[in-house]
Design a binder for this molecule. Structure first.
Ligand SMILES: *Cc1c(COP(=O)(O)O)cnc(C)c1O
Length: 410
């Protein structure tokens, strides 16, 4: 008789975004006329660059010709895209070899699939709060998880513990949900910790393109410089893998494409190639041409869209500054993370009812997130403006009634 993977039973019941959708649907049944605005979803809203779309169209046409047709492509991606990725790193003075780049379906696939390369008894360290896929993928595989806890005190940038043995370390910077990002100096400590433990760092850089450019570059000292890649840190090539995505950077959440960088010095490089050859037949030629365009001809369009999201974040934080709200993020990532001071889900329900605004409860990203709320800048400028026009009076009222209606958190 078949035996099922028992670890499925250990996954937490509540899948964050499903629970948000459920509560919003129930609200809409009760108030069908209500004009709800979502500042909740971690998905892009702006259309693709027209240059990127043109590249896809041209590739599709090419595929309809006898000479331009492509069947199965290389497991690790076409050289034209891998070269564009190598050049993208070169812009930041990071040297990556072609053999170190692997084109993937996206960062989430990379995050989960790379676990095929590790022993089931490896201990995993995961920041809390963070993107939920790291925890779930490891629970499913039955691994032991320890947490690096974010807090007000460490600015939601947890540093390595003094002691403790771990084998696999996930880092997410700029962070989803907190919008915070490590400096090169802070990452040095993580690299030293990984080397000490002979551990691997799986570095999720899905939001690297959002980092404020004035805080990057070799002329800025490491204690002030925000890292866009783990490979800005000396020694990282001996212990780190970088996982990246076109999703948030170029609006590819529905197109699907990402990449993984694994230094040649690591045995993981050839293992990953083998793994991909066994379980995947590569990414669509058309999509890879679109991704290439995102890093080449369409890159200026992409930067423009990111700037627009950044302006939305600034709009949110300027209202928060005026209201004296405690927050993080909004500069190097499209997320603003603020302290509501009550149970995150209670706040979610209350704001939905009173202001018709949807947020994401911080507790959904880990227990250290309770009392915090994530708002996203992935919206149109008009919707963001309208949302904040509602938020301001709502918050003033909330502050008045908070201690009467809710249990206050410290
Ligand atoms: C959105 C997101 C991803 C998913 O990226 P895809 O390439 O769309 O799979 C990965 N990591 C983080 C932190 C994200 O927020």
């Amino acid at each position: 008789m078949k035996k099922l993977n028992k670890n499925f039973g250990k996954l937490s019941e509540e899948y964050l975004f499903a629970e948000v959708a459920k509560r919003v649907a129930a609200y809409k049944v009760e108030f069908p006329q209500s004009d709800v605005i979502s500042l909740g979803v971690g998905d892009v809203t702006q259309p693709l660059s027209s240059k990127v779309a043109d590249a896809g169209r041209e590739a599709a046409t090419e595929m309809s010709t006898r000479v331009g047709f492509h069947g199965y492509g290389p497991y690790d991606g076409y050289p034209f895209l891998k070269n564009a990725i190598v050049d993208y790193y070169k812009l930041r003075n990071i040297k990556i070899d072609l053999d170190e780049v692997f084109v993937t379906e996206g960062a989430k696939d990379g995050i989960g699939n790379i676990l095929d390369l590790f022993d089931e008894n490896d201990v995993v360290m995961i920041p809390d709060p963070v993107y939920p896929a790291y925890v779930d993928a490891n629970v499913m595989a039955g691994r032991k998880i320890v947490y690096a806890e974010g807090s007000r005190e460490n600015g939601f940038l947890p540093m390595p513990p003094q002691k403790g043995k771990v084998d696999i370390i996930y880092l997410c910077s700029p962070n989803n949900p907190t919008g915070t990002a490590y400096t090169v100096e802070q990452l040095k400590a993580w690299v030293a910790f990984a080397l000490d433990n002979e551990a691997v760092i799986l570095y999720d850089a899905a939001y690297e393109a959002f980092v404020d450019e004035s805080k990057t570059g070799a002329d800025i000292e490491p204690s002030k410089r925000i890292a866009r890649s783990i490979f800005e840190v000396a020694g990282a090539r001996d212990c780190a893998v970088e996982i990246c995505s076109f999703s948030k950077m170029a609006g590819f959440t529905g197109v699907r494409c990402g990449w993984t960088v694994i230094p040649m010095i690591s045995p993981l490089n050839r293992m990953w190639l083998r793994r991909q050859a066994i379980k995947s037949n590569g990414i669509s030629y058309i999509v890879q041409r679109m991704a290439e365009s995102a890093l080449r001809g369409g890159y200026d369009d992409i930067k423009r869209t990111i700037k627009q999201y950044r302006a939305n974040a600034q709009l949110i934080t300027s209202v928060f500054d005026r209201l004296g709200i405690q927050y993080k993020g909004g500069v190097d990532a499209p997320y603003v993370w603020f302290w509501c001071g009550i149970d995150s889900w209670e706040f979610f329900d209350y704001m939905l009812k009173k202001a018709r605004l949807i947020c994401t409860p911080g507790s959904g990203f880990g227990k250290s997130g309770n009392g915090w709320i994530r708002l996203t800048a992935f919206n149109t400028p008009n919707k963001t403006l309208e949302a904040m026009d509602r938020f301001e009076p709502f918050w003033k009222d909330f502050v008045e009634v908070k201690s009467k209606l809710f249990t206050i958190l410290k």
